[in-house]
Design a binder for this molecule. Sequence first.
Ligand code: TYD
Length: 244
Amino acid sequence: MDLLSDGSYDSGQNGQRQSRLASGFFITFEGGEGAGKSTQIARLARRMRAKKYEVLVTREPGGSPGAEAVRHVLLSGAAEPFGPKMEAILFAAARSDHVEQVIRPAVEHGSIVLCDRFIDSSRVYQGVTGGLDTDFMQALEAVAINGMMPDMTLIFDIDPAEGLKRAAARRGAGDAADRFEKETLAIHRRRREAFLAIAEAEPERCIVVDASADPDTVEHVVTAAVFAALEKRVPTQRKQTAPA
Ligand code: TYD
């Protein structure tokens, strides 16, 4: 990843001239635990930079110094005792900062932004398995993103039993699962269904990727889908309700 220790991000230019798009492109990566999103984001970024696209890799919760400060509170479980509503608002606060400080400026500059998790994680983890009211979640989402909808969302689909195994292997024996990963398999199964339901409801934005395949196969699928979308993209007119 390109996350720097101060919570800012390296655009990966390494002094090389990169070509900017006339309008940027905002791609989000979603799915359950251990689906391999970050590996695939890194591979895609590498391929895009090889083609001289200007790429920014970022993640949630976090991605801006303000949001990174909230990340620890959420993932350590420090906010869990205060309930899912409190957590949802904290995710939204972090997202708002990330959108205004990092994502919107990069997209307006003409970069391709690759973001590991975004609104669909809140819809699924807080909305569906957190049991929060849909109207409340929609209102929160609107405030947090202020019109910055992703142009494209890749939903990494994997059997949660397999995903959790991968996530545990990645963590290593010494490290405990975080606040959300530690939940029951039944909850992770509901999350998988909820992500698939979003993909079905918004087919123009979402593509489901079979994340159980080997990494090279997944990379091939992701690359083909993203480059096809980039070729036929039309600049998104985003409605921003309030100045940043
Ligand atoms: P993290 O270790 O960053 O990533 P990943 O699981 O993608 O490798 O964990 C982020 C956790 O936060 C993950 O369990 C999903 C959860 N989450 C939410 O519950 N709501 C959100 O809005 C976001 C962005 C993440």
